[in-house]
Design a protein around this ligand. Structure first.
Ligand SMILES: Cc1cc2nc3c(=O)[nH]c(=O)nc-3n(C[C@H](O)[C@H](O)[C@H](O)COP(=O)(O)O)c2cc1C
Length: 364
C-alpha cells in the first residue's frame, strides 16, 4: 500500500481546490513543478453514488499525476463506504476525506469542517472508508451505486484505459477493476487519509487531531485556520506545530505557504512530514521547483507556451465550449505581473477557444 512516508521528506503536494485543481491544472503543475503528491478537487459521496454520471468527471486524471488521491466529502458513513470502492476501482493511489471545507452549503449540513463538531461521526467515516477499501480488495465488488453511476464509471474506466494505455479490453461483468487488471496486479489496498482544520470557532488543535487520529488515517493534512476564519487572516503555523506534536501519524501542513522561505520556515517550525500548497500554484506551476530552490524560466515566452499547453489540455478534458469560462481565471493568473498585464487580461477574458487565446498572446 502506498504511504506518504514512502515519499522523501519534506513532501510537497498540490492541495485540493474545487473549481481550480482540475486534471489540466494538475497535469501542468506536475509537468512543470513535479510535486510529490496530488489531491483531486473534492466530490460528494452521496452524489457519486446516486448520480455519478454528473460528478465522476471530477475524477478524470492523467497517469502522470500519480501518486494521486481522490478527495471525497459528505456526512453519511454508508455513502463513504460505497464511494471508497469507486475510488479504488478508478485506480487512485489513495482516498482522502475532506473534514475542512468551511462553505456554508457543506459545513452547516455537517460535512467538511462541520465534522470537527461531531468527532464520533468523523471517526465512523474513516472506518467506513477503510472497510470499503478492504472489501473491494477482497472481492472487487461495487455496492450501493445507481445504475447510471455504474454505467458512467465503467465508461470512464474504459475511456481511461483506451486513452492512456492503448488497451481495449473486455470488462468483466459486474466488476470495474480493469485498471488493476491492465496492470496485471492484485487489486491494491489504498490508504485512507484526511484533510482538516485546527478547529471550528476557535483552535482546538491538540484535542481534535488526537481524537481523529484514533481512527488511524494513514496521514492527516491540516490547514492552520478554523472553520470560522474561512480564508481570512493568516494560517496559524504555531497551531500546526501542535498538530504535528500531538500524534504519531504523519502530518502535512497547509496554509499561506507561498515561497521557498515560507516552506523552509514552516518545515523548521513544525517538523511536519511535508506541506500542501494551494493558491501559490495559481498561474505558477513552477512554484514547487522554486520552493525546492531550483532555477526556473518564467520569461513571457515560456509562460505563453505553458498557457497554450494548459488551454489545449483543458479543452481535451472538457471539450464542451460552455466549460471554457472555467479556464479564464487561469489565463488571468498566468498573466499577472507582466508588462501590459491589464490589457492582455481584458482580451483573454473574452477568449472562447484556443485560437482566441493564441491570437491574443501573439500580439505581445
Ligand atoms: C478555490 C478554492 C477551492 C478549495 N477547494 C478545496 C477542496 O475541494 N478540498 C479541500 O480540502 N480544500 C479546498 N480548499 C482549501 C485548500 O486546499 C487549502 O487548504 C487552502 O487554500 C489553504 O492553502 P493555501 O494558502 O496554500 O491556498 C480550497 C481552497 C480554495 C481557495
Amino acid at each position: 500500500m502506498f504511504r506518504v512516508s514512502d515519499l522523501k521528506k519534506p513532501v510537497l503536494a498540490i492541495s485540493p481546490m474545487d473549481g481550480v485543481s482540475d486534471s489540466a491544472f494538475r497535469y501542468i503543475t506536475k509537468k512543470y513543478g513535479n510535486p510529490d503528491l496530488i489531491y483531486t478537487e473534492f466530490t460528494h459521496v452521496h452524489g457519486l453514488c446516486v448520480a455519478g454520471d454528473k460528478l465522476l468527471h471530477h475524477f478524470v486524471y492523467d497517469p502522470i499525476e500519480r501518486p494521486i488521491l481522490a478527495q471525497i466529502y459528505g456526512k453519511e458513513p454508508e455513502y463513504f463506504y460505497h464511494a471508497s470502492k469507486i475510488v479504488c476501482a478508478m485506480g487512485f493511489d489513495g482516498l482522502d476525506i475532506n473534514m475542512g471545507c468551511p462553505a456554508k452549503t457543506v459545513a452547516l449540513s455537517g460535512s467538511g469542517a462541520g465534522l470537527i463538531r461531531t468527532p464520533e461521526l468523523a471517526k465512523e467515516i474513516v472506518a467506513a472508508c477503510k472497510e470499503g477499501v478492504r472489501d473491494w480488495v477482497s472481492n472487487g465488488e461495487l455496492t450501493g451505486l445507481a445504475g447510471r453511476t455504474e454505467e458512467a464509471l465503467f465508461q470512464m474506466i474504459d475511456d481511461h484505459i483506451k486513452k492512456h494505455d492503448g488497451f481495449v479490453g473486455e470488462r468483466s461483468a459486474g466488476h470495474s477493476n480493469l485498471l488493476a487488471k491492465k496492470e496485471n496486479t492484485e487489486r491494491k489496498e489504498i490508504p485512507v487519509s484526511l484533510k482538516t482544520r485546527i478547529g471550528y470557532d476557535v483552535p482546538i488543535t491538540a484535542q481534535w487531531i488526537s481524537t481523529i487520529a484514533e481512527a488511524k488515517p494513514e496521514w492527516i493534512a491540516v490547514h492552520g485556520r478554523t472553520l470560522k476564519q474561512m480564508y481570512t487572516g493568516f494560517a496559524d503555523w504555531n497551531e500546526l506545530k501542535i498538530a504535528v506534536e500531538c500524534t504519531d501519524i504523519p502530518v502535512l501542513v497547509n496554509g499561506d505557504i507561498k515561497t521557498k522561505e515560507d516552506f523552509e520556515k514552516v518545515m523548521n517550525l513544525t517538523g511536519a512530514y511535508g506541506a500542501l500548497i494551494g493558491r501559490a500554484l495559481e498561474g505558477n506551476p513552477w512554484a514547487f521547483k522554486e520552493m525546492r530552490g531550483e532555477t526556473v524560466d518564467k520569461s513571457f515566452e515560456t509562460v505563453k507556451k505553458v498557457i497554450i499547453e494548459h488551454t489545449q489540455k483543458f479543452i481535451q478534458d472538457k471539450p464542451d465550449p460552455k466549460a471554457f469560462f472555467q479556464m479564464r481565471k487561469h489565463l488571468s493568473w498566468y498573466i499577472s505581473g507582466f508588462d501590459n498585464a491589464t490589457e492582455i487580461r481584458i482580451k483573454l477574458m473574452q477568449a472562447s477557444n484556443i485560437d482566441d487565446v493564441i491570437n491574443v498572446l501573439n500580439q505581445y
